[in-house]
Ligand binder design. Structure first.
Ligand SMILES: CC(C)(COP(=O)(O)OP(=O)(O)OC[C@H]1O[C@@H](n2cnc3c(N)ncnc32)[C@H](O)[C@@H]1OP(=O)(O)O)[C@@H](O)C(=O)NCCC(=O)NCCS
Length: 155
């Protein structure tokens, strides 16, 4: 198996969304196409795909905000798991992040996704003693969203 790891391009979009669906990563509150549009607007340096014979077999949507690196949408085709593909993708993401001075990577795992925790431990990640909080600014599936004061926002 000859694996190529490269930066995502927009022509990968449909195959990547299919992969995310096959891997159970598409949730009602996230529109995958919008997530890709937002990533394209922000920059693609850390959005990686892995291919075999030009077919997409894995993805990771990494990011860097000047302090921490982030990992989203890590997914490997269910038929190609346990062959080191995710480890290689994460290693390339870490290499790119190190190059720009990123000192630490953070990532979030759904509390129901227990099996993936062992994967991250195996590749050197440890559980931080932090509470993760978030606030949705845009509901991709509704028109109404509010700001921090509760004021309705228009999209
Ligand atoms: C998690 C996932 C990306 C792992 O991909 P993968 O290509 O199979 O992982 P690798 O083959 O690179 O595995 C690296 C190491 O982790 C171990 N590992 C991988 N998946 C594991 C699992 N589910 N449970 C326990 N160990 C696991 C491997 O055995 C290997 O260990 P070793 O190097 O000590 O032998 C893949 O299972 C996946 O796409 N899951 C669904 C999507 C998902 O949950 N993504 C994460 C969102 S936070």
């Amino acid at each position: 198996m000859s694996l190529t790891i490269r930066t995502f391009t927009d022509s990968d979009r449909d195959a990547v969304v299919r992969l995310w669906r096959d891997c159970g990563l598409v949730h009602p509150q996230n529109d995958p196409h919008r997530d890709i549009d937002r990533k394209i607007a922000d920059g693609l340096d850390y959005f990686l795909v892995a291919t075999v014979d030009d077919a997409i077999v894995a993805s990771v949507m990494g990011g860097y905000e000047g302090h921490r690196g982030w990992v989203n949408y890590l997914a490997v085709d269910p038929a190609r798991r346990r062959r080191g593909i995710a480890r290689q993708l994460m290693s390339e993401l870490e290499r790119r992040l190190r190059q720009v001075g990123c000192a630490k990577i953070n990532l979030q795992i759904r509390s129901t996704n227990t099996s993936v925790m062992e994967f991250y431990r195996r590749i050197g990640y440890v559980q931080d003693e932090v509470v993760c909080m978030g606030r949705r600014l845009v509901d991709d599936h509704r028109h109404a969203a509010t700001d921090a004061t509760g004021q309705a926002l228009r999209r």
